[in-house]
Design a protein around this ligand. Sequence first.
Ligand SMILES: NC(=O)c1ccc[n+]([C@@H]2O[C@H](COP(=O)([O-])OP(=O)(O)OC[C@H]3O[C@@H](n4cnc5c(N)ncnc54)[C@H](OP(=O)(O)O)[C@@H]3O)[C@@H](O)[C@H]2O)c1
Ligand SMILES: *[C@@H]1O[C@H](CO)[C@@H](O)[C@H](O)[C@H]1NC(C)=O
Length: 330
Amino acid sequence: MKGIQVAQYVKVSLVLCLSFISLTRSTSKGPKELKVTELADPKPGPDDYLIEVHAAATNFFDILQIQGKYQHQPRNLPLGVGRRVLGHRARHPGLQQNPPKFPVGSRVFGASQGAYASQVCAREAQLLAVPAGWSFADAAGLFVTAPTSYGALVLRAGVKAGDIVLVHAAAGGVGLAAVQVAKAFGATVIATAGSPRKLEVARAFGADHVVDYRDPTWPDQCIAWNGRILVVGFAAGSIEKVAMNKVLLKNISLVGIHWGQYAVHEKESVPVVWEGIGKLIAQGKFRGTTFTDNEYVGLERIPDALLALGGRETWGKVVVKVPQGTQSKL
Ligand SMILES: NC(=O)c1ccc[n+]([C@@H]2O[C@H](COP(=O)([O-])OP(=O)(O)OC[C@H]3O[C@@H](n4cnc5c(N)ncnc54)[C@H](OP(=O)(O)O)[C@@H]3O)[C@@H](O)[C@H]2O)c1
Ligand SMILES: *[C@@H]1O[C@H](CO)[C@@H](O)[C@H](O)[C@H]1NC(C)=O
């Protein structure tokens, strides 16, 4: 007999799609034009914490923001560049709350516009305590990636032991967080990424199997009965297409997540998610994902960090360390 036998497909029960907004990532002009200059010290309002910045994480949307192309563009210019995620130490000269949640000297991380500076102001709701034993750099990378992946996998898809989770772009910031959360919940993880180094990193963070999706022969995933497809982002620039007949035939759930909007539409879930992440950290099941192949120290290095990020050269979170004592600001 002659015949063609198809090698067995892997049945994945959960697919995590990570890739970005509708712009391509070949934007490299913007960051080079950023210059570190002397700025007036920020003036904290009555409810603000004044934060000493020790580390600032870079995000693809920073590149969009400095070009005025981000979907949540801040209205007031000039904007302090660098929208979010810092590791810092809290001081609160203007704070009227009594007692403040974070006393002077606390190690906190969070999000605030203008974080590419040696100081920034932030409200209490934008801050969290740095996990015990964590560096500022690792904490700086936690604020967006960890809750996005935890929210997607746990709240939206109900990940559980026995699931096979396919994480696309697994070596990115959100991807490495997803690999760790899925493993922590007992799933088997298949990670895709675009270079041998990135596959090695995905494995180091717990992926059971890795696939280079730049290899044109890589098999299409074959989603299992009752599978869930999680739409998290479009980093490659184009919006993915899903065969709707499969969604019907296999009783598939197709769900999205917009983590940033949870603080607006479902506030009560935010502390639940952070509590869950805190537990994983305490159990040693979730660690920082700071990119370590290259080190970026000083605000002057932010353009280089953004260029490396935009050029798809990095993995995990690219974090710029900001040594205190230098007064320079971007
Ligand atoms: N839904 C939400 O609430 C939410 C929250 C945060 C982030 N996101 C989205 O999630 C996605 C991942 O975010 P992230 O912070 O993990 O980003 P990231 O660290 O920059 O990782 C993105 C990954 O995408 C892959 N990629 C594929 N095609 C690419 C291209 N043309 N250019 C650059 N990278 C490409 C890269 O890996 P390879 O080189 O291995 O392909 C890279 O590691 C983004 O689209 C982001 O907007 C969504
Ligand atoms: C179809 O999917 C829904 C939602 O995940 C699930 O509750 C239901 O049990 C599934 N049906 C079958 C027959 O597996």
